[in-house]
Design a binder for this molecule. Sequence first.
Ligand code: SAM
Length: 402
Amino acid sequence: MKPNKIYKGNCIEKLKEIESDTVDLVYFDPPFFTQKKHSLVTRNEGKKYEFSDNWESLEDYLTLIESCLIECKRVLKSTGSVFLHCDKIASHYIRVTLDKVFGMKNFRSEIIWSYKRWSNSKKGLLNSHQNIYFYSKTKDFKFNQYYTDYAPTTNIDQILQDREKTSNGKSVYKTDKNGNVVLGKAKKGVPLSDIWQIPYLNPKAKERVGYPTQKPVLLLKQIIKIVTDEQDLVIDPFCGSGTTCVAAKSMNRNFIGIDISDDAVKLADKRLEEMIITDSALLNKGLDSYLEKSDYEIALLNSINAIAVQRNIGIDGFLKNHLNNKPVPVKIQSKHETLDDAIEKLEKACKRKKYNLKIVIQTKKEENSNRLFSLNSDVQIIKSEKLKIEELKEKIILSQKS
Ligand SMILES: C[S@@+](CC[C@H](N)C(=O)[O-])C[C@H]1O[C@@H](n2cnc3c(N)ncnc32)[C@H](O)[C@@H]1O
């Protein structure tokens, strides 16, 4: 079978056409045993893509997974690995099946792909992860180690000091004969962990092609980079819209995609020609980059039992409790704003929203407003504790003078 192509057909049959011991990585994201049909209509062309995830029985489903795994194991090189993507519905059965085919000793990791989701009203815990099982064919698997930054809570100063064991086995900081601390070698960071926070494709992401359950290319790139090198062969026997193949091509790996659906094959072919990959600003800048409120602003909002709103010019927060079934927006007067400016920004952000109450927290003494006419606004002003204390001090100083 030629690489760098998408093939249509049942993956079990198609995998049989691949020579044994030739593949470096198999990733597959089969239907999850949801017992429903998945369908989605594309935003632009209004085309409907769907695939069935209805099964006679769990045994039926697991037979397909096991048959696929047997073929995957055969085609993998002795240094190769398989990554099987599933979720809480059947993950426990899938892990047992993987143990059966690849052997418990070849289990490497359970990767938790974690992402933020909007809450829904279902009873119970909000599900916000999926599972990816990583097994290797043998113990001599290819693995490229990657490192990530230390957690913000890590005391790097301590990590950069060498340690040694005392005669009674206690670990202590090493010192030289003059009692000076022995500084350790430069550290690479923390090895990549098995919990991956990679954003789910948002509905407007350019990368989204409208295929149900489409996975982000960034997720596949992370898998591909840790167990393959350039020119290696990556296979996805349930390739859907071709995410794995797009990721592999963008990283100079060879690939083979297989899917039973004609529509999926055509879509994957089209994606491989256009190659649109959404960069995640969230990942590039760090998860905290979206949090632009200062500790002072957060403290101010906490003091009135409000939650912060990030990246909104006119609203800094909302009270946790509604007033007469409507949210209550709050704006904090910033250092460079007059009170009128703050009120105007809040009013603008609240346009066409009939709130019962809007609050501005005044944080500084009002200078003379440079407005020619006063604002017509029903915004309520409350003073920050800091401002109240400043005004109190001024009052006392004035009274002492007189
Ligand atoms: C969960 S989707 C894969 C989505 C894909 N990872 C993506 O990012 O677009 C599962 C795919 O498996 C395909 N499929 C189901 N049974 C199959 C089989 N026996 N052989 C090959 N493909 C199959 C479906 O058509 C569907 O496209």
